[in-house]
Design a protein around this ligand. Structure first.
Ligand SMILES: Nc1ncnc2c1ncn2[C@@H]1O[C@H](COP(=O)(O)OS(=O)(=O)O)[C@@H](OP(=O)(O)O)[C@H]1O
Ligand SMILES: Nc1ncnc2c1ncn2[C@@H]1O[C@H](COP(=O)(O)OP(=O)(O)O)[C@@H](O)[C@H]1O
Length: 204
């Protein structure tokens, strides 16, 4: 790094958490296209918002419409996609927010990079596990059909790899349970992680 002089804010991280009354955390949803990432992420965001949490969702399709519109789906581009998203998520966590990320994020190495960028203690990995067969049957956007016809290259699960998490914090079998069941498990796992310790609540 040349001629760059990063500096620290005069506002401490503890002060921000107290003002926001929450533990900033990145909830990272990974899984195949059509596995249920967006469905669950949207509902989790909505639920947490109405409980009073300051929460924001970053979703692949939306981010690729702006910040990452110059990126495709080669391994290199997916890696850059993850790097940018992880850096943005870090800033949002540092500002005190709860962040939900919904990205296929097919490479273990890239998910690990995201974990390191934001700090492992603030990172919760949720594996949205749905068989390729069921995702393909759902084919909510018609992308699998196009991929099978060779109209989309590097399509995850068809012509590009998906490396499943080996020890996710939470695993949801969305091909075997209802949306409500998956959502309840997700909320029950995540929400307690967002509560400030009692002593910090008392300090406000
Ligand atoms: N080749 C290929 N492979 C996978 N997905 C594709 C592809 N081309 C377009 N799409 C659409 O892009 C969405 C995935 O974007 P992500 O940013 O989550 O992908 S990645 O994390 O960089 O792998 C994905 O959204 P989801 O279906 O919500 O996962 C698709 O709508
Ligand atoms: N348990 C479940 N969790 C999430 N989605 C589910 C579940 N069961 C069925 N679905 C359906 O699967 C589809 C998932 O699509 P989507 O959320 O767009 O996936 P992704 O964002 O991973 O591409 C939706 O049509 C949804 O209604």
């Amino acid at each position: 790094m040349k001629n760059i002089y990063p500096f620290n804010s005069k506002v401490g991280y503890g002060q921000r958490r107290m003002q926001m009354q929450q533990e900033p955390r990145l909830v990272w949803l990974t899984g195949l296209s059509g596995s249920g990432k967006s469905t669950l992420a949207l509902r989790l965001e909505h639920h947490l918002f109405h409980l009073g949490y300051k929460v924001f969702l970053l979703d692949g399709d939306n981010i690729r419409n702006g910040l990452c519109r110059d990126l495709g789906f080669s391994k290199q581009d997916r890696k850059e996609n993850m790097r940018r998203v992880a850096e943005v998520a870090k800033l949002m966590l540092d500002a005190g927010l709860v962040v939900i990320c919904a990205f296929i994020s097919p490479y273990r190495e890239e998910r690990e990079l995201a974990r390191q960028v934001v700090g492992p203690e603030r990172f919760t990995e949720v594996y949205i596990n749905c068989s390729l067969q069921v995702c393909e049957q759902r084919d909510t956007k018609g992308l699998y059909a196009k991929a099978r016809q060779g109209l989309i290259k590097d399509f995850t699960g068809i012509s590009a790899p998906y490396e499943a998490p080996q020890s996710p914090h939470l695993l949801l079998r969305t091909d075997r349970e209802s949306i409500d069941d998956s959502l309840q498990k997700l909320i029950a796992f995540v929400e307690p992680q967002l509560r400030l310790p009692q002593r910090m609540k008392a300090a406000m």
